[in-house]
Ligand binder design. Structure first.
Ligand code: HEM
Ligand code: HEM
Length: 556
């Protein structure tokens, strides 16, 4: 066919598709990307939820910008919410009230925005925990883990800047706390605060500035980072859980087109639908109940959004004795009289630095201790990496205690206990909780591994008690099928690598620490069942064991 007849033979849509394809090379991209294989597992869903809630935030946020006015100019409210009529407030607060009461669908969209923000940060956090507990951050994904970490920090920044915009009593109090933390920074604190608020707190500039950060800079950075993040997921290929036929060099799953594209599209609408349903039925952030921001009152029983609570909680846990500690008699400051406000500085900065510092550096810490520099595309089941799982649980407990402390007043009033007692208990848990969590989790993982070993070697207890002709009772044990057995035996267990001498025959200080950590983490370990052990067990139990009818004597 000549080019002309070929052109004639195509439908109008075909011709448009051709036109676009010849200019942007779309079919090549679809061919390349559409044939990518993704493994299937429910735990890979959290990253997707994070992505979809972010898209919902972009859509609902854009709607809000049509009506929100980020001005701190004074006005008298004259909207349709009667209890606040005539009350003096900022234009920002008045416009948020208008969105809630006078813009058609406005309250619904504010709630969609707020609920999806809560779900966004929650899904990002759970996604991060999934990646951590399965070891998906190992080589070659360390940098993508760091990009993820930046995304987490940006998500918190987006949440906090948004939460502060309506300029109601609650958001103003949140800003007051941030102002306190900034001012507590030695030497530069007061200058930074004055720069941020355009003079004395609260000033008249902060809402406008936060608005720019909230609707432009932070979402743009998140978009950029998400693009880099997903690009790396495609380049590295997705990890997969162990299973028959799955190796470090292949990916077993479905192609993006059409299976995943259809699934993902449908899932987006499910997430959107669920958020719309929640937003239609459940109030979130009823700013009309709080009133406009005024530095003097603080309402009792109010809570910050869940992801900011831990900072508030850490501040509540800190004993006041270290307040306004003057260091001059120890270190004479060259810049004159300067007070360190340790009761604000320590809780606001130390836990955050410890948690975020450990999070960003963990892939390298683990690689250093295990000396494992190989690529890993097969995930660990959390029980098969007891040391990592235990460290993760300790981190989660450390975080959760601070988070719980943000509700110390509510715990005291709801359970009719003394607020002081709640604080003392939480202070103790702050130190003891992570240690106990670490020990218990490691023991649990090792116990689960031993149970797996036992099941592989001796079969699963069927719960069927049989009586032999001689009158002895025994429980029937059923052997696992090939697939289940594979899942239980195919993992690696790190061995202790003692400190090694360097070329000059010396063992350096850091290498001694590495050796000690290696012993601490891997001394107690359960090795996977070897084929020889399996063959021996089967030989011992006889062919019945392989066929599915092994018996364990009760009382022996
Ligand atoms: C806006 C936030 C984020 C979005 C939209 C996002 C999205 C995704 C998606 C869709 C995937 C592939 C599916 C999956 O495994 O869940 C993925 C994988 C990954 N994400 Fe994220 N993520 C975010 C934040 C994070 C954070 C906070 C971390 C860790 C600190 C992280 C680390 C990773 C890693 C290492 C992978 C590769 C996992 C693998 O191949 O198994 N991500 N991300
Ligand atoms: C990761 C992204 C985002 C998060 C976590 C987030 C979070 C929030 C939160 C928690 C609020 C307070 C809502 C309330 O009043 O109850 C808020 C307000 C707001 N957000 Fe966002 N947001 C995000 C992205 C965006 C984007 C992309 C836009 C605009 C394009 C936007 C525009 C707004 C506006 C105008 C308000 C003030 C409306 C009001 O409070 O009445 N947001 N945001």
């Amino acid at each position: 066919m000549s080019t002309a007849t070929e052109f004639q033979a195509k439908t109008r849509t075909g011709r448009i598709a051709d036109f676009v394809d010849q200019r942007v090379g779309g079919s090549m991209m679809v061919k390349e990307f559409g044939r990518k294989i993704f493994p299937d597992h429910w735990s890979f869903m959290f990253g997707e939820v994070a992505l979809y809630t972010f898209v919902i935030l972009l859509i609902s946020g854009t709607f809000l910008t049509f009506f929100f006015d980020p001005s701190m100019a004074e006005t008298h409210y004259d909207g349709s919410y009667n209890p606040l009529r005539g009350v003096e407030m900022s234009v920002a607060y008045a416009s948020s009230l208008d969105i809630s009461f006078d813009v058609r669908g406005g309250l619904f969209m504010r709630q969609v925005h707020h609920w999806s923000a809560l779900l966004f940060v929650a899904s990002v956090s759970v996604h991060m925990l999934r990646v951590f507990f399965t070891g998906a951050f190992r080589k070659p994904r360390e940098l993508n883990w760091v990009v993820g970490g930046v995304l987490l920090v940006l998500s918190l920044a987006a949440g906090f800047t948004g939460y502060s915009l309506p300029d109601d009593l609650l958001s103003g109090n949140g800003l007051r706390i941030i102002d306190g933390v900034v001012k507590a920074l030695p030497v530069v604190g007061t200058y930074i605060s004055a720069f941020l608020f355009g003079g004395e707190f609260p000033g008249t500039a902060i809402i406008g500035r936060l608005y720019m950060l909230h609707i432009m800079l932070v979402p743009a950075l998140i978009l950029l980072m998400v693009a880099i993040h997903l690009f790396m997921v495609v380049v590295h290929k997705h990890t997969q859980y162990p299973g028959p036929g799955r190796t470090e060099d292949n990916v077993v799953g479905f192609p993006v087109g059409p299976v995943y594209a259809a699934k993902a599209g449908g899932f987006f609408f499910i997430v959107f639908g669920v958020i719309a349903l929640i937003s239609g039925f459940f109030t979130i952030n009823p700013i009309w109940n709080y009133g406009p921001y005024d530095p003097s009152p603080v309402s009792a029983g109010t809570q910050p959004d869940w992801y900011i609570g831990w900072v508030d909680g850490a501040l509540r846990l800190m004993p006041g004795v270290l307040g306004n500690f003057s260091f001059e008699w120890i270190i004479p400051f060259p810049w004159g009289n300067n007070t360190l406000v340790l009761n604000v500085l320590l809780p606001a900065l130390v836990p955050a630095t410890v948690l975020l510092g450990l999070m960003f550096t963990w892939p390298w810490i683990e690689r250093w201790i295990t000396r494992d520099n190989r690529e890993h595309h097969i995930l660990d089941r959390p029980r098969n990496a007891p040391f990592r799982t235990a460290v993760g649980v300790a981190g989660v407990i450390f975080y959760s205690v601070m988070w719980a402390a943000a509700s110390s007043d509510l715990i005291a009033t709801h359970f009719h206990v003394s607020l002081n007692d709640v604080t003392y208990w939480l202070r103790a848990l702050f130190f003891i909780g992570p240690v106990v969590g670490f020990i218990v989790t490691r023991r649990l993982c090792l116990a689960l591994q031993r149970k797996d070993r036992d099941i592989v070697l001796h079969g699963r207890e069927a719960g069927i008690i049989e009586m032999s002709p001689e009158g002895a009772f025994s429980e029937r044990h059923e052997q696992l099928d090939e697939y289940k057995r594979y899942r239980l035996v195919s993992f690696e267990s790190h061995d202790v690598i003692p400190a090694q001498p360097n070329a000059a025959g010396h063992i350096s200080g850091p290498e001694k620490s590495r050796g000690a950590l290696s012993r601490f983490f891997f001394e107690d370990r359960v090795a996977p069942v070897t084929p020889a052990e399996l063959a021996e067990a089967h030989a011992h139990h006889g062919p019945a064991a392989v066929e599915g009818g092994e018996k364990a004597q009760i009382g022996h």
